[in-house]
Ligand binder design. Structure first.
Ligand SMILES: [Zn+2]
Length: 159
């Protein structure tokens, strides 16, 4: 079930990889009580062998079950990387590990998914949060929430 490319299959022509990778295999290692990973990652990738590297392009979609950081409402979203591309050298200092003629793409997928992983899930960008006990309601209607400020506040709250 892992996301591997067999270099022998690639020698002749490019290959297409399509399927699902269990979250356990992806092993993102994120511990966020507001974001739950209950569904596998879907991948749809093309792999080409270049002169001395692999070029992987395609899309990655990971469904996320979130709870809004402000109002605690549950909602579903997706972490989507459309037009994902990875250039994996097969030679030189940066070369990728090859095991049994196969390259495991999982670490590269993991790395880029983590870079795009949501830090503060919100049911909608302008969620006003809980009505009760919310100091934010004082400014309700008078001005648009400023995303940067809210992000800072959320950070403080989560600590
Ligand atoms: Zn919300």
């Amino acid at each position: 079930m892992s996301l591997k490319v067999n270099l022998r299959h690639l020698a002749e022509h490019g290959i297409h990889l399509e399927g699902e990778l269990p979250v356990a295999e992806l092993d993102l290692g994120v511990e966020d009580e507001l974001i739950h990973l209950n569904s596998p990652l879907s991948y749809d990738l093309s792999v080409e062998l270049l002169h001395d590297a692999l070029l992987v392009t395609g899309s990655l979609v990971l469904p996320l079950d979130c709870e809004c950081g402000r109002c605690l409402k549950k909602f579903k979203t997706e972490l989507k990387l459309n037009g994902w591309a990875a250039h994996l050298p097969l030679e030189g200092e940066e070369k990728v590990a090859v095991d049994n003629d196969s390259v495991d793409l999982t670490p590269f997928v993991r790395e880029d998914m983590l870079l795009d992983f949501p830090q503060h899930p919100l049911c909608r960008p302008d969620c006003a949060g809980l009505k009760k006990n919310s100091k934010a309601s004082q400014t309700e209607g008078s001005e648009e929430p400023k995303p940067a400020v809210w992000a800072e506040l959320d950070k403080l709250k989560l600590k």
